[in-house]
Structures are given as structure tokens and as C-alpha cells.
Design a protein around this ligand. Structure first.
Ligand code: SF4
Length: 244
């Protein structure tokens, strides 16, 4: 099956499985998504959603946050980890928005990329979620799932995965497709456990599924063989005892 065909099926199946998707970072203004996405590096979205409440209570707008000392921002965002560099980036980005963009988040990918701490993944997220423009967000779930499903071939580099996906995903589908991959990656095609293929709606199109099934069968056979050996050992020990 060609990748484009596979992608079209995956898009439709995930749409059925997860009809309503949205960004798991909570925000009500574009600049807040920029802050949250920076804080989310190596931190859970749940924790970020809690931590930003305290931050916005103290600094309710771009101007207030831009005027804050990075150390004061750090004191609040510390629970998200990497507090020093995250606070420094947030401070610089807010100052740049204030000084160069009239306190408005630009709706242009290249301009977003100029903001400190904002990379391709974050810029795509803002383009898609805030401005409703085509976007491919290659986070860890997207990269893992696209490799397993077979939408990319053994490719771990986020930019290369993004470029490969642009070729096979219709632009208007990209943003929601990536959100759905996050849902699917958390609930079914998990990273830390063996994926729950039994529950997966993509089994018949997933490249990894036959391999995982084979491993599962081999494992079950080994377990059965070990059980039989143990039972036989027990039996012969019992027979020996009886003979005595
Ligand atoms: S079949 Fe298994 S490996 Fe493939 S996408 Fe589904 S859960 Fe992941």
C-alpha cells in the first residue's frame, strides 16, 4: 500500500475514533499558547495547565509578563522543570512581542520561529490551533506512531518527519490529524507499554502490527513451553518420591 493511501485510511479511522479533538494545553489567547508550549517541553500538559494559572494571575498580559524579571517568572514556572531556560525564553519572547510585534502574536510561520524558545513544532501548533492554518505538529507521539503505522520509514528527526507528512497528508487535515495521534498514542499505541493493538482501529493498515503479533505468539508459545516443562519436572519428582 502506498503511503498516501495508508495516510488517507488512517486519517478517516482516527476521525471516527476521536471525533472531537483539541489541544490539551489550555489557553484563551495566542500568547498564552506560546508560553504553555515552551513550558510543556519535558513536562506534562496537565502540570503546565496548573502552573500557568499562577503565572497569569500575576502577569495577565504580554506587557506585564515582558516587564517581569526572568527570575520572578522562574520562581513560578519551576515545577515544570528546566525553569531557568524556560523563564529566560518566555521573558525574551514576550519582550520581542511587545517591542517588535505591537503585543500581537504573528500569524506567520517564519515570524513565529524568530521568537526565542519557539521551534517548528511550536510554530506549527500555533499556526494550526490559533490561526486555523495548515500545520503538522511532530511531537513524540506523532513520530512514534507514524513510524509504527508506516507513514514514515525509520525516521526520528522531527523536521524530516514533518516534511515527509506534508507530502502525504492533505494540508487541511494536518492539524487535527496530529492532535488525534496524541490521543491515540496516549490511549492505545502507547510508548512505555506494549501497544494495545487489540483495541486499535488501525490494525489492518499498520505496518508494525504483524511484527508485534508474531512476537506476542512467540512469547505465548515460550510461556506455554515453560509451563509444560515445569509441570513435567513436578510429575517426575513426584514419581521418584513414590518409588522410594
Ligand atoms: S496496530 Fe498496534 S502498533 Fe499499530 S498503530 Fe495500532 S496500537 Fe499501534
Amino acid at each position: 500500500m502506498r503511503k498516501k493511501e495508508r495516510a488517507a485510511i488512517v486519517i478517516e479511522r482516527l476521525k471516527e475514533a476521536y471525533p472531537d479533538v483539541e489541544c490539551t494545553l489550555e489557553y484563551d489567547d495566542a500568547w498564552k499558547l506560546l508560553v504553555s508550549v515552551r513550558l510543556a517541553a519535558q513536562c506534562t500538559d496537565e502540570r503546565v495547565n496548573v502552573v500557568v494559572q499562577g503565572l497569569y494571575e500575576k502577569y495577565p498580559g504580554i506587557r506585564e509578563l515582558a516587564a517581569a524579571e526572568p527570575e520572578d517568572i522562574e520562581a513560578i514556572v519551576k515545577p515544570c522543570g528546566l525553569g531557568h531556560s524556560k523563564a529566560r525564553d518566555i521573558s525574551k519572547a514576550m519582550r520581542m512581542l511587545r517591542d517588535e510585534y505591537d503585543c500581537k502574536v504573528p500569524d506567520d510561520f517564519d515570524e513565529l520561529m524568530k521568537l526565542p524558545g519557539i521551534g517548528r513544532k511550536s510554530a506549527n501548533l500555533v499556526m494550526g490551533d490559533v490561526f486555523g492554518k495548515p500545520a503538522i505538529v511532530t511531537d513524540t507521539h506523532c513520530i512514534r506512531l507514524c513510524n509504527r503505522i508506516g507513514l514514515v520509514d525509520d525516521e526520528k528527526d522531527p523536521k524530516k518527519v514533518e516534511m515527509a507528512l506534508w507530502k502525504i497528508i492533505p494540508p487541511e487535515e494536518g492539524n487535527d490529524f496530529c492532535h488525534r495521534l496524541v490521543y491515540h498514542g496516549r490511549e492505545v499505541c502507547t510508548a512505555r507499554t506494549t501497544p494495545y493493538c487489540d483495541k486499535c482501529v488501525l490494525r489492518d493498515v499498520c505496518k508494525e502490527y504483524p511484527k508485534l503479533e508474531k512476537l506476542k505468539t512467540q512469547k505465548a508459545k515460550r510461556a506455554q513451553a515453560a509451563k509444560t516443562t515445569a509441570a513435567n519436572k513436578g510429575k517426575s519428582a513426584k514419581q521418584k518420591k513414590e518409588k522410594k
